[in-house]
Design a protein around this ligand. Structure first.
Ligand code: PLP
Length: 285
């Protein structure tokens, strides 16, 4: 059955949805996006994603195309119309369609706003959460404003393919000897009970799941250090894991062929996943 998608004010069957070939998202990757997960028909951390969207847009001299309440309404309608129990809502806002020119189009050019859903039954019960994933490291060759959630995702995509070619599930990116983050997630290690993850800055995306997980960890009296860590430190850690909106907390059991800890999901990652899922389901809207 065809999905209903949202394009610039209209709810349409996916096959009827169209955007211009002149759209700057298509020509210049001049756009930003958000992914909000859905569990039990409820949106997880919608507010966090809306706040980050506003920030990404502002960093690129764009405004919000509509109020947060209007965005929430669209999310909810798509979840309902497409009967999404578990899955996600993808949202993209671009600078709109204009004659191809490196300079931004004139003020008042309509932004393009697209939203669609993807159903992922059993999203919170993935095999990866039980077995953990294996990662390979790749150099971080992205631009220097990774805190803006732009649609320029070619390098992370290439990184993921390079990892898959080595028989791994994902890549961790490395810059100046330190891990920045995963291709589509934030990276963590655990050593002697301390959770270590890279500090916020332009080098990484400020994960919405990261913020929630660190808050829950601190509330549970776990120690957290926000600082850079090396590949060697990660390989010698007791545990490693990643976080993102659609994978929640997922253990990492191997880095560049070296088993992390016992080579199996560790207790800290498992506990944080449980807490995150429980609290997020409760707070879902
Ligand atoms: N880092 C990168 C590069 C990402 O692409 C993502 C998610 O897409 C994340 C981190 C995790 O962010 P969030 O927890 O907001 O999904």
């Amino acid at each position: 059955m065809s999905r209903t998608v949202y394009v610039n004010g209209d709810y349409l069957p996916e096959e009827d949805a169209k955007i211009s070939v002149f759209d700057r998202g298509f020509l210049f990757a001049d756009g930003v996006y958000e992914v909000t997960s859905v569990l039990g028909g409820k949106l997880i951390d919608f507010e966090g994603h809306a706040v980050r969207l506003e920030r990404s847009l502002a960093e690129l001299d764009m405004g919000m195309p509509m109020t947060r309440d209007a965005l929430l309404e669209i999310h909810r309608r798509l979840v309902a119309e497409n009967r999404i129990e578990d899955g996600m809502v993808y949202l993209q806002v671009t600078r709109g369609a204009a004659d191809r020119d490196f300079a931004y189009p004139p003020e008042g050019t309509a932004q393009t706003v697209v939203l669609f859903t993807q159903s992922k039954p059993g999203l919170a019960d993935s095999p990866a959460a039980r077995t953990g994933i294996r990662v390979a490291t790749v150099p971080d060759l992205r631009w220097d404003r990774r805190d803006i959630k732009t649609v320029q995702l070619l390098y992370p995509s290439m990184g993921k393919m390079a990892a898959k070619a080595k028989g791994c599930d994902d890549a961790w990116m490395v810059e100046d000897g330190a891990i920045t983050e995963g291709t589509s997630n934030n990276a963590y290690i655990v050593k002697d009970g301390v959770i270590v993850t890279r500090q916020l800055g332009p080098e990484i995306l400020h994960g919405i799941t990261r913020a929630a997980v660190l808050r829950f960890a601190r509330e549970a009296q776990m120690k957290v250090e926000e600082r850079a860590f090396t590949i060697e430190e990660a390989q010698a850690a007791d545990e490693a894991f990643v976080t993102s909106a659609t994978t929640f907390v997922t253990p990492v059991v191997e880095i560049d062929g070296v088993a992390v800890g016992k080579g199996a999901p560790g207790p800290v990652a498992q506990r944080l996943r449980e807490i995150y899922l429980e609290e997020s389901r409760k707070a879902g809207i």
